[in-house]
Design a protein around this ligand. Structure first.
Ligand code: GLN
Length: 192
């Protein structure tokens, strides 16, 4: 049974824990570097990427996680988590850093502000149609050829990737943890 961490610094931690528990994996909340010991993978929840970035530094997790990511540790970032993993952050705070593990450019709040949040079906490759909840969601505006696109979505301005994978790192614009559909998380846990 894989042991999966959920980064528990800020954001919708509880919802990810609940979803992973329904999948039957062992779930560990991660707040300090030692919490990462013995994990097979980690979920980075949605929330506020600037706050999460700050807490990653003060908790000492930034450096340890960067090393682990570079060594192939499997991480799945949703929404703000996707921002934390992306190479380029558009409309970020001037000093906003990321782990730079997905060769994508994401625009913060690219699908609109909180008031423009919406839910729509998203077709995921090899899985089928899942509900997609977009809340101040980052939009993947471009990506390199080495990025595998598992789902796209057209919000009226053409197809944009919304679920991507590059080696050990996965990223998702929407919030699979806010629905009862477990299949997006399962894609990740099946890979562990
Ligand atoms: N827009 C938020 C940010 O920049 C992310 C929104 C979310 O995670 N729901 O961090």
């Amino acid at each position: 049974m894989p042991r999966v961490g959920v980064l528990a610094l800020q954001g919708d931690v509880r919802e990810h824990v609940a979803t992973l528990e329904k999948l039957g994996v062992t779930v560990v909340t991660v707040r300090t570097p030692s919490d990462l010991e013995g994990l097979d993978g980690l979920v980075m929840p949605g929330g506020e990427s600037t706050t999460i970035a700050h807490l990653l530094v003060t908790s000492g997790l930034r450096a340890v996680l960067q090393t682990k990511l570079d060594e192939g540790f499997k991480v799945f970032g949703t929404c703000a988590g996707l921002i934390m993993l992306s190479r380029d952050i558009l409309d970020g705070r001037r000093d906003q850093w990321s782990f730079n593990k997905l060769d994508v450019a994401v625009r913060r709040n690219g699908y609109g502000r909180q008031i423009a949040s919406f839910e729509s079906s998203v077709e995921v490759r090899d899985v089928g149609v899942v509900p997609g909840v977009f809340i101040r969601a980052p939009k993947i505006e471009s990506y390199e050829k080495n990025v595998e696109v598992l789902a796209t979505f057209d919000h009226g301005d053409g197809e944009h990737a919304v679920l991507v994978r590059q080696g050990n790192v996965w990223g998702c614009s929407f919030h699979p943890e806010l629905t009862s559909d477990l299949r997006v998380h399962q894609l990740f846990t099946d890979s562990l």
